[in-house]
Design a protein around this ligand. Sequence first.
Ligand SMILES: *Cc1c(COP(=O)(O)O)cnc(C)c1O
Length: 461
Amino acid sequence: MAAKASDTQRTKFVLDEKDIPSKWYNIQADLKTPAPPVLHPGTGQPIGPQDLAPLFPMELIKQEVSRERWIAIPDGIRDVLRLWRPSPLYRARRLERALGTPARIYYKYEGVSPAGSHKPNTAVAQVYYNKQEKVTRISTETGAGQWGSALAMACSFFGLQCKVYMVKVSYQQKPYRRIMMETWGAQVVASPSPDTQAGKKVLQQDPNSPGSLGIAISEAVEDAATREDTKYSLGSVLNHVLMHQTVIGLEAKKQLEKADDEADIVIGCAGGGSNFAGLSFPFAADKLTGKQKKLRIIAVEPSACPSLTKGKYVYDFGDAVGLTPLVKMHTLGHAFVPAPLHAGGLRYHGMAPLVCKLYDEGVIEAVAVSQVSTFQTAVQFARTEGIIPAPESAHAIRVVIDEALRCKRDGKRQAILFNLSGHGHFDLGAYEAFLAGKLQDYEYPAEKIAEALRGVPKVKA
Ligand SMILES: *Cc1c(COP(=O)(O)O)cnc(C)c1O
């Protein structure tokens, strides 16, 4: 669709506070067949709400399995979201000009939240429901530190204690993320830590373990499962987390209407799948219900941790040690420890089951990109659009630019929308390495993945 002449210089599409969505979109309502059940690791049977009750408040457990299309956002949550929502939608005019592409590039910028990413959208919701159910302490893991900071901030708003197990490689690379969490009142330890049995076990095998999201999840889950006052909170992967993020896509749809435009391609980076789903699910709805047939939706992952493009679609544990229920997802094997990529938020062995289901059904596509080429586009983006992207978000930008250049070659005037899930102000060490020519690519770890996949539990389908 051609943009109107009057819009030729419009760069920013902003909404009013009253346009913050009042309902989340639940894609489970529009799936042709229900998502595969989550299984109990001991019995192999589908788990019920009572199995999850030690870890999550009941309201979130209900949301996890709900097939209602729309779920109302309580005012107590919207009142906090007002601090940074609605987030802006930008047209990347300078990037378009630099590329010489006829494509129109739009980005939804989630770096405007106080924690600097999309993660507070669900952190606030999760802490709110825990507070409602009288929980006083929350444990969690964090990779790059984005989720830990979001949860620490949300806990400070609602007066809950927060314990964060931070993947060791990020703990070392990003001291300022830790200080941010501590400023918001959280307690932070490097994972694997001696504070849990799971952490001790990993440290015994490998005292220099760089840690992984999987290991940190094991620790945080154990913490919550062994304490009365504590529940666990996950920043991605789960159905309810993806649903909380749909405020992003719902706003973006309204903003594209303001731009008098329609997306042909929707792109997001995918670690656990939440920012990708948050932007894309409200658009995928139009594909699932037959309203929009031609739309392409692309998830981008690092080639060093390629769960969608190289993983197996089987039941596996969500954590490294094998404490969580079994979920059907594209997995590299729960014991897979990815290379210490700078995009810490993309170092997860699995992927959100709902994203995997859409991928399996051909509703979405997936692409894997390498670290160095990702930083090349991150710098190009910073030099044209100003914003220094989080290394995670830069994965999406890599593919946005590839698609825009394809449009240039083929003379296609398509509209590309992507999620700029966060800023990279705490990732300048990675930029420093890139600018000094010291950033490296990691080979696709075929052997390590094959080995980890042999450890996936056998489950009758
Ligand atoms: C955590 C994070 C990601 C990856 O997590 P998803 O659940 O896949 O969104 C991506 N971008 C940023 C900025 C993050 O903080």
